[in-house]
Design a binder for this molecule. Structure first.
Ligand code: BGC
Length: 758
């Protein structure tokens, strides 16, 4: 019988050269093996909206991959707001990965959509960290339940493609803590991913691959991450510095260079052997996890089932932005003509380009699916309408489409970005659909106002220049290989739209909070909007948007009632718990799902905070006439901000706005709660201002006693002059001491600072 695989025992037997070899892969997709000790290599492959497993004889990193189910991209799945659905996709992905001998799938990408221009937005879930974290957690736990590891990427602040291997994302700590890190924190603490992939870029001047604060202090020491950190492909520049910072596995391997550098650093004492040993142990534990979980799980799945899941998922991701006069769903009868226009109806656009590109097992074509689904006698006629990749209007194609629209009962126009606009490696330069498509919308609407626009884009586009020509807009994202079937289901009412926007659709690109600081220049991108990313910024600036974060219609209607909010415990007498209850009812004619969203605002905060932030959500499915009570729980963290001086989350006492609604700008039920909390400690020293001393109960008492009162009881010095206090109360008390006649002298300052030092 083979001896069990024991990382600790193996570590003791490895030579220095073998240890160094394990810190690098052996090729593009494998870790290194040590045959002498029977340590096998394990395989990693891209994903995660499907598996991109390259065959062993692949020519290069971008050549083809084996067939796999192409599920909706993360950008589309973000709009589902349904972690259960995402978990099921993770499980299906895990089964396909195991069948192909893949130990780790390189995903999900959970970076925040900071700008609509980011070329990889279709690979990311949302502009909101809660939504990105909940869906990322679901994918990872589904995947790992099948014995396949995840690689949550790209850690961290990787929010653009421009200069992606070198640019420094200059982000203040509060913004990192509140916006760019929480999704990773949630996935790490709740789903315990096997691996994390570091980003290419620098963060505040240091490469993510060499960022000790990020890879060790935050990830491991604070969040308790016990897995392995892998580099993004080619992200390591100084292997020894990366190792010391906490990066375990370099991919692809810089063979002969990185291993030699590690060996030299150990020999000359610049790298402690214990640091190398910890890294090697983490690599061995990954190999152990991969080998043991593979051994015990027979893989059984059916590609047809996965295709059906992909179809149901694509239907859940679609967002019905508008539906004037309830044009959808269609119920065509014999003799009706449906005019299907646009190349994307026949050549579907369902995923983006780059390392996530999947070779689908099959592809549903919307035109064919519609033809198969309509009742007998309904004509589903097609016109190409426009050329893909072109921007000029092709008069012949346009005229043919207009002629078809004129004789049809309804026009279904498929629009989308050309594939070259949405790819890893490139950011977009604008947010417009090609001009030949938008020009066609106007002409078709003039011929037939009953116009439905079906949009395939992986990220937000500008609608404001043409949307008034469409009665109905259905945004399908990049919905995977079964999107065509899902679109037919949605148009004909076999499925009811239940997607909600996971990112704001701005009126203009220039309105986006990140606009002045994207994509940066001369090696730096300043995250100047701070925590005001996406709707947080639009709301703070009170800017109109085309469609807000969280928006999406249904073929039925929902009513909200009976908001009850209870503050069960206050900070100070234990953990804070706020319970929020409301009743949601389906008051329409059809079964449908509503995404109930809970937003919190802190209008009295001492720091600048968003007007409202998503703190909880749930998706409820209700039959016509049914109602359900929805309950949310909030804790102290949900009401807190990250305080840099306090190195932690700070809850300030006072009132908080609680709002429940159907989008960030459709708040149906609102109330205010009062929360008591201990005063936020202020460092009381000579440089603390008079105001800061007075706000603190102990500081105020000590200062008032030291300054004293007149015989009639009035406070002496500056404390007796409210006007003066309003003008120079923000001076440090040591500066006030220099004025002589304000009742504060240097002896008092020294004495009080000593007494109240914390
Ligand atoms: C991408 C990663 C991907 C890796 C391997 C990199 O260029 O940024 O997301 O997993 O390549 O293909």
């Amino acid at each position: 019988m083979d001896t069990p695989f024991d990382p600790e025992v193996l570590l003791a037997e490895l030579t220095l050269e073998e240890k160094a070899s394990l810190c690098l892969g052996s090729d593009l997709w494998h870790t290194a093996a040590v045959p002498r000790l029977k340590i096998p290599a394990v395989m990693v492959s891209d994903g995660p909206h499907g598996l991109r497993r390259q065959p062993e004889d692949a020519e290069h990193i971008n050549s083809g991959s084996l067939p796999a189910t192409c599920f909706p991209t993360a950008g589309a799945l973000g709009s589902s707001w349904n972690p259960e659905l995402v978990r099921r996709i993770g499980m299906a992905l895990g089964a396909e990965a195991r069948a192909q001998g893949v130990a780790v799938v390189l995903g999900p990408g959970i970076n925040i959509k900071r700008s609509p221009l980011c070329g990889r937005n279709f690979e990311y879930y949302s502009e909101d960290p809660l939504l990105a974290g909940v869906l990322g957690e679901a994918l990872v736990s589904g995947l790992q339940s099948q014995g396949v590891g995840a690689s949550v990427k790209h850690f961290a602040a990787n929010n653009q493609e421009t200069d992606r291997l070198r640019v420094s994302a200059d982000v203040d700590e509060r913004t990192l803590r509140e916006i760019y890190l929480p999704a990773f924190e949630r996935v790490v603490t709740d789903a315990r991913p096997w691996t994390i992939m570091c980003a290419y870029n620098k963060i505040n001047g240091e490469y993510a691959s060499q960022h000790r604060w990020l890879l060790t202090e935050v990830l491991r020491d604070e969040w308790g991450f016990d897995g392995l950190v892998v580099s993004d492909w080619g992200a390591v520049h100084d292997r020894v510095a990366a190792l010391a910072a906490g990066l375990d596995l370099e991919m692809p391997p810089n063979l002969g260079v990185s291993d030699a550098a590690i060996i030299a650093a150990i020999r000359n004492g610049t790298l402690a052997e214990d640091v190398l040993d910890q890294t090697v142990l983490r690599v061995l534990r990954l190999v152990q996890r991969a080998s043991t979980t593979f051994a015990d799980h027979p893989v059984e799945f059916d590609f047809n089932d996965h295709h059906a899941l992909a179809r149901a998922a694509a239907a859940e991701c679609a967002v019905l932005l508008r539906n004037d006069g309830e044009l959808l769903p269609l119920s065509p009868a014999a003799g009706d003509v449906l005019a299907v226009i646009g190349m994307f109806a026949r050549s579907p656009r369902f995923q983006g380009a780059g390392s996530s590109q999947v070779n689908p097992t099959r592809v549903d074509v919307a035109l064919e699916e519609l033809r198969a689904a309509v009742p007998a006698g309904v004509e589903v006629a097609f016109a190409v309408g426009y050329g893909i990749g072109a921007t000029d209007v092709d008069e012949d194609l346009a005229a043919e489409a207009v002629a078809l629209a004129s004789r049809a009962d309804v026009v279904i126009l498929f629009l989308g970005l050309p594939p070259a606009d949405e790819s890893e490696g490139l950011d977009r330069g604008h947010v417009d659909l090609p001009a030949n498509q938008t020009a066609l919308v106007a002409r078709l609407a003039a011929a037939n106002p009953r116009l439905v626009a079906v949009l395939a884009t992986g990220s937000a586009v500008r609608l404001s220049t043409w949307e008034h020509h469409a009665r109905t807009i259905l945004v399908c994202g990049l919905g995977g290989q079964a999107a065509g079937g899902a679109i037919a289901d949605l148009l004909l009412g076999a499925a009811n739209p239940s997607g909600r926007l996971a990112e704001t659709f701005a009126v203009r690109l220039e309105d986006n909070p990140s606009h002045l600081n994207f994509p940066g220049e001369q090696g730096h991108v300043r995250y100047g909007e701070g925590v005001f990313v996406g709707y947080r910024g639009f709301d703070a600036l009170d800017r109109p948007v085309s469609y807000p974060f969280g928006h999406g219609l249904s073929y039925t209607r929902f009513e909200y009632a009976d908001l009850v909010v209870a503050v069960d415990r206050h900070a100070g007498d234990g953990e804070l718990t706020v319970t929020v209850n409301c009743v949601v009812a389906n008051i329409g004619e059809r079964t449908g799902s509503e995404v109930v969203q809970l937003y919190v605002g802190d209008p009295e905060s001492s720091v600048s905070r968003p007007v409202r932030e998503l703190k909880a959500f749930t998706k409820v499915s209700l039959e016509a006439g049914a109602a359900e009570t929805v309950t949310f729980y909030l804790d102290a963290r949900d009401l807190s901000y990250w305080s840099v001086p306090h190195h932690g989350w700070v809850l300030e006492a006072g009132s908080f706005d609680i709002a429940v609604g159907a989008s960030s700008r459709d708040l149906r039920l609102t109330t205010t709660i009062n929360v008591t909390a201990p005063p936020v400690p202020v460092r009381l020293d000579a440089m603390a201002s008079l105001h800061e001393w007075l706000v603190d109960p102990a500081g105020s008492a000590a200062l008032r006693e030291a300054i004293g009162t007149h015989p009639d009881g009035r406070p002496r010095g500056i404390l007796g002059d409210a006007h003066l206090m309003s003008i120079i109360g923000n001076f440090p008390i040591s500066s006030l001491a220099a004025f002589g006649d304000l009742g504060i002298d240097h002896t008092t300052v020294t004495e009080l600072s000593r007494r109240l030092a914390r």
